[in-house]
Design a protein around this ligand. Sequence first.
Ligand SMILES: [Zn+2]
Length: 333
Amino acid sequence: MTSHFPILGYDVGGTKIAASLMMSNGKVLATERFDNKDTDPAEMLARLADSGARMIAGAGFKNSDIRGIGVSTPGPADIPNGIMTRPPNNPKWRNVRINETLSNALGIEAIMENDANAGMLAEWFFGAGRGCRDVIYLTMSTGIGGGIIAAGHLIDGTGYYGGEIGHTVIDLNGPECGCGMHGCYEAFCGGRAVALRLQKELAGRPDHAIVKAAGGNVTDIDFMALETAVRQGDAYACRVWDEIMVRNAQGIGILINALNPEKIILGTIAWAAGDLFMEPLRKYLPRFCWQVSLDGCEITTSALRRDIGAYAGPAIVLNHLYEKGLYDPFVQS
Ligand SMILES: [Zn+2]
């Protein structure tokens, strides 16, 4: 149980795919990246399998040494059957049987998880969540994905839709969300939703600080342009930022009272903005959860940051082995 072993992972995004071979202790042996724009799925899967075989041989292993292939995928997907059903940004990928194809090509079992759960597992095994039994990860990127470890296990739910924290409705009168509901947490705080809101509200205002921060075009406004204008002290940007932080506290406060986690790990937007994000979040949280639960919860940012994708696939394999009783993250380093 104490020796380390090699695992293979793929982080399949809408536009990029990362492949990684690493040891179970987090030592990275090899990584490769692929552009996934306008690619044919059969051709891409063949390239991914070749990449896996190349990395395994390059590290001096045989395929039979590899304890599993972890596949991190954006939703929607048929997780238990390892099928990517309809990934965003790539219309050619419809009902692609990823697990079966990679598994047959390499002779290694493949396991799939959605990308937010895979991010949680990556932080749990290799990052800021190591050793925790009750910990939550929020992606805080274009959308707000969530992964929950409760009582030492990942919460997949009965249909593998567990952890969809970003689609908790926090205001019945809120903006429409990409999922079709109104007032989801993500519709207030997701990077894409915030950008669309600003683009609408600043139409016809080319000299506004946020538009200038985006390079002059209203349609190029993104979350980073907002952050830049906030740091410049623009009054409108600061007001919007404050509204977003109240909503973040609301979404995260619900989690703290519902699950009483020892740690909450926040992804991209939070670590990129730093104290500008964390200070107002901490200020507003007592409005939305009990102080006693808040006192026991460390709120922190991702340790793996932009490398999280490389750890996501291998972490899926470790969790699979853990749930089968073949690996113990609480004993091994
Ligand atoms: Zn939604």
